[in-house]
Write a protein that binds this ligand. Structure first.
Ligand code: EPZ
Length: 421
């Protein structure tokens, strides 16, 4: 398994271009199942998770081509299977997003239960309850979701708490339902809006995406499309922290500033200077002393759980006492003991971590445990005095396109050592 060797203590300077959003691309690629013609997707990041979802789609019989580095074309017209197998789903929970489209288009699906992952149990009960209300017969058997329907029907779906994947699955199923579906308590993430925009480009009738109530009028068919996904707001947030934690000066290009308002506000509270430049670029200047911060992760548009580990690394080298509370997932603190190995002073108290600021991290040998935890360890290593070795960096490759190359172009010293334990 690959590892990173990082020489810390270097201020990052220069420009970085943001890749397409992993969490927009995954549902958008699954929505191709609904199409009657070829689908062309651009600005798709080259990531392990994208490879996994295209493997799932090709297992269903769909024709997948990658004519250019960040373009994927899908021919959905030759579906031969309705099964998303365990071997693929176990490595990525988002594979469950084929369930809604398969039911709506082909009236049947067999999808492996995702199983837990490092950050929590992450059930799909809300997905299944909503699809059942839309006319699906669903049973769980031998680790698989077995689903069939006479035809998906419109319904009013109420989510007690927002679920991004649940909103996306139901929205996709509803596009080909008989009648109208209303989703109340919908997730408002930009990735949900991007999926809605892709579906509308295919001929779907959707109103209210990005709000808490989404209305979808079922159509008889959807066409193919050409679509460019939005930039990755979590990558933007990660580079904002990279500029702050190394006391650097970065210009982040290809970002959508309106997608990172909550993150930018929290960093500004800490004393980081963030300014919007022409053409949507965002400049971050970290050449200031950092104040402590109080953060609670909440659904969009609040502070995102996917930035919790990254801002925790920054809080570790800020003055004073910070508190970070994770409200979305029950086990998203796997990075805490690793940050402590690097000299961070943290204590977990239930859903909250209390951080006592230190001057600088110390290089150490640490292990990545999940995608965003890996990012926080890279950020800590960039700040650290000395050299840090981060093992199991495959977690990072799931969600960041060429992060080592991008960081080295900014003056960092990140070496990827291939193989080994
Ligand atoms: C999406 O996951 C993202 N993944 C996650 O990003 C992100 O952290 C999460 O939304 C929250 O913003 C993708 O978009 C591919 P949820 P998702 O359904 O859809 C519980 C990353 O790092 N829940 O909004 O799986 C669930 O356990 C990843 O890029 C149920 O209880 O998240 C969690 O506690 C990590 N029952 C909470 O709701 C359900 O049926 C939010 O989950 C569904 C969810």
């Amino acid at each position: 398994m690959d590892k990173f060797i990082i020489q810390g203590g270097i201020s990052l300077e220069g420009e970085v271009v943001i890749s397409g959003s992993k969490n927009a691309a995954l549902p958008v690629l699954c929505s191709s199942i609904l199409a009657d013609g070829p689908c062309i997707y651009t600005n798709i990041p080259r990531l392990r998770d994208i490879t996994t979802i295209t493997d799932v789609l090709s297992t269903l019989g769909m024709g997948i081509e990658r004519p250019e580095r960040n373009t994927i074309t899908i021919d959905p017209t030759n579906l031969v299977s309705y099964e998303a197998p365990y071997e693929l789903v176990k490595s990525m929970r988002a594979s469950i997003l084929v369930l809604g489209p398969l039911l709506a288009k082909y009236k049947r699906a067999k999808v492996s239960l995702p199983g837990g992952c490092a950050i929590g149990v992450r059930p799909i009960d809300m997905h299944l309850k909503a699809l059942t209300k839309m006319g699906a017969d669903i049973t769980l058997s031998h680790g698989y979701v077995m689903a069939s329907t006479e035809g998906i029907k419109g319904a009013t779906i109420v989510f007690d708490t927002p679920t991004v994947g649940g909103t996306e699955n139901i929205m996709m199923a509803a596009t080909l339902a008989q009648g109208t579906t209303v989703i109340q308590g919908a997730a408002k993430e930009p990735e949900v809006v991007d999926l809605a925009n892709a579906l509308i480009t295919m001929g779907a009738r959707i109103e209210g995406a990005g709000e808490s109530t989404i209305t979808i009028e079922g159509m008889s068919s959807l066409s193919g499309l050409e679509y460019e996904v939005i930039p990755d707001r979590i990558e933007v947030g990660t580079f904002l922290v990279a500029g702050a934690i190394t006391r650097g000066d970065l210009l982040i290009k290809g970002a959508r500033a309106e997608h990172v308002v909550a993150v930018a506000e929290k960093l500004s509270e800490m004393g980081v200077v963030i300014t919007e430049e022409d053409g949507g670029a965002i400049r971050v200047n970290g050449k200031t002393d950092l104040r402590p911060v109080q953060v609670e992760t909440v659904p969009y548009p609040g502070f995102p759980t996917d930035m919790q580990a990254q801002i925790m690394a920054l809080a570790c080298i800020s003055q004073g006492v910070s508190t970070i509370t994770e409200n979305i997932f029950e086990n998203r603190y796997m990075h805490v003991p690793e940050l402590m190995r690097m000299g961070g002073r943290l204590e977990e108290k239930g859903p909250t971590v209390i951080v006592h600021g230190v001057d600088q991290f110390q290089g150490a040998s640490v292990m990545a445990t999940d995608l965003r935890a890996s990012a926080s360890l890279v950020l800590a290593a960039l700040n650290a005095r000395g050299v840090t070795e981060i093992r199991r960096i495959y977690h990072l490759d799931r969600g960041y396109e060429e992060l080592d190359r991008k960081l080295n172009l900014l003056g960092a010293k990140v070496m990827r050592e291939r193989g080994g334990l």
